[in-house]
Design a protein around this ligand. Sequence first.
Ligand SMILES: [Fe+2]
Ligand SMILES: [Fe+2]
Length: 255
Amino acid sequence: MSYSELLKPINSFLQCATPQEWIEEAIKPENFSMLLLDHLICELKAAQSAMFLIRKYAVDKSGGNALLDWLQPFEQLIYKREGNWRELAAKNKLTKSVIPKSDSPYGQDLIDKMVLLIKEELHHFYQVLEMMDHYGVEYKSITPSRYAKGMLKHVKTHEPETLVDKLICGAYIEARSCERFAELAPHVDKRLGDFYISLLRSEARHYQDYLELAQSIAPASIKAKVEHFGKIEADLITSPDADFKFHSGMPNQAK
Ligand SMILES: [Fe+2]
Ligand SMILES: [Fe+2]
């Protein structure tokens, strides 16, 4: 499938396109490091939130611990600045099998989709580190953007709505990332642009996996919920946002 075909369902799922003003801001040399750093953190967050979902909803205790061990060297690098990033590629594996909790109504499908997703996100994380090394971008800690929190605060507080809403938010984050990679690719250095294009395929599948899981868990059609979160998402993308990040809104026009 060509990448324009991959993007068709994504662009119709998203309720707005990325504003041209954001793209112009993103390709300014002074924002180059921030974009890569924030991308790095987004890949780790994607792995962490998928892991949180399966640990909370689907796996037994020993599987939960195996999942934590898997993520640990990646988190240590970011939060404690420990370890050599070049060794992480070899550490991206799950050592024990992950078994569904006996009382989990969600089970194997959630585990299988999320384990594959985590593996891919951690691989992306490593690839962003390679890009940072190539372009000489030093790691430093940064504050998160308003984007994910801005959606997650609308998640319902009772089950199964909470899980369904979180999965829908996950679908939007993946879809928006995919759309922005495609928008950025033609405007950046070839090596980085090729990397962005290489990410499209897995992020497009991630968005679909999240949506399918949401629909399989929800007791009724998720159409109205998808619309609802789509509006919130589009508002975060099109409203003014002074804090430039990968998922930020309309850049400050005054700058
Ligand atoms: Fe990713
Ligand atoms: Fe993803």
